[in-house]
Ligand binder design. Structure first.
Ligand code: HPA
Length: 268
């Protein structure tokens, strides 16, 4: 807790108590979303007390404080993955900090592999639920000031926000898929047998992030909205053309950004 509060105090001091309403984790594909933020403060992770230090050189992460339309947001540019060697506490530390800064919603995005055979490369999937195949970030002594020992995971991905997203997507003519995200440790992609296994247990897409951050946000009572860009289809025989995959990813990112902007401005 003291580590979290040190980071929160530092951020409040350098942002003059900016008080963001919405936190956004910019995953693969949503990098371009920053162009929609009127940036007020940008804080490098390396200056924030107790923040994990990035293992990848030249991959400096930062927190971006600013506005999207009428809403104050804080965006994480750069996230920490378990496969990089961070502990689950380190992976989820920034979410603890954002929650203590007072966000009312957490938006998470990622790139994932399609399991559902009706999905196409470049589709956007609203995460309706998840299956956690990573170590649980809440293992260990529970701090009751942060949240309950046994947090409920019903409505893990807020139904109210998902319904708003659907209405906005219809208005903007953006096609959405819906499904269950399977969170794995990575870093290997799935074997064909693993894709079949994930399908059998009810998964629609698989990736290596998002679930830890969502669990910690829910532990602290923050509603979550999650979205995946489907970058490959695991059960398809077709091996994607690399350039095509990248282009689909970019286009999907643009659609996701548009949707996020509208959604953020229509939150209660
Ligand atoms: N598996 C896991 N993570 C991924 C994939 C995948 O197929 N595609 C993008 N991220």
């Amino acid at each position: 807790m003291t580590h979290i509060l040190e980071a929160v105090d530092y951020l409040n001091s350098v942002t003059s108590d900016f008080k963001p309403e919405v936190g956004i984790i910019l995953g693969t594909g949503l990098g371009g979303f920053v162009d929609n933020i009127d940036v007020v403060y940008s804080v490098d992770y390396c200056n924030i007390p107790n923040m994990p230090v990035s293992t990848v050189e030249g991959h400096a992460g930062r927190l971006i404080f600013g506005t999207v339309g009428s809403r104050r947001v804080v965006a994480m540019q750069g996230r920490f993955h378990y496969y990089e060697g961070y502990t689950m506490k380190q992976v989820t530390f920034p979410v603890r900090v954002l929650a203590k800064l007072g966000i009312n919603y957490l938006f998470v995005s990622n790139a994932s592999g399609g399991i559902n055979t009706s999905f196409c490369v470049g589709d956007l999937m609203v995460i309706t639920d998840h299956i956690n195949l990573l170590p649980n970030p809440l293992i260990g002594p529970n701090n009751n000031e942060l949240g309950p020992r046994f947090p409920d995971m019903h409505d893990c991905y807020s139904k109210a926000v998902r319904d708003k997203a659907t209405a906005i997507a219809n208005r903007l003519n953006i096609k959405l898929q819906y499904g269950v995200y399977v969170g794995t440790t990575g870093p290997t992609f799935e074997t064909q047998a693993e894709y079949r296994y994930f399908k059998a247990i009810g998964g629609d897409a698989v990736g290596m992030s998002t679930v830890p951050e969502t669990i910690v946000a829910r532990h602290m009572g923050v509603p979550v909205f999650g979205m995946s860009v489907i970058t490959n289809c695991g059960l398809s025989d077709q091996v994607g053309d690399h350039e095509d995959v990248q282009m689909q990813g970019r286009k999907a990112g643009e659609r996701m950004s548009k949707l996020f902007v509208e959604l953020i401005n229509n939150l209660d």
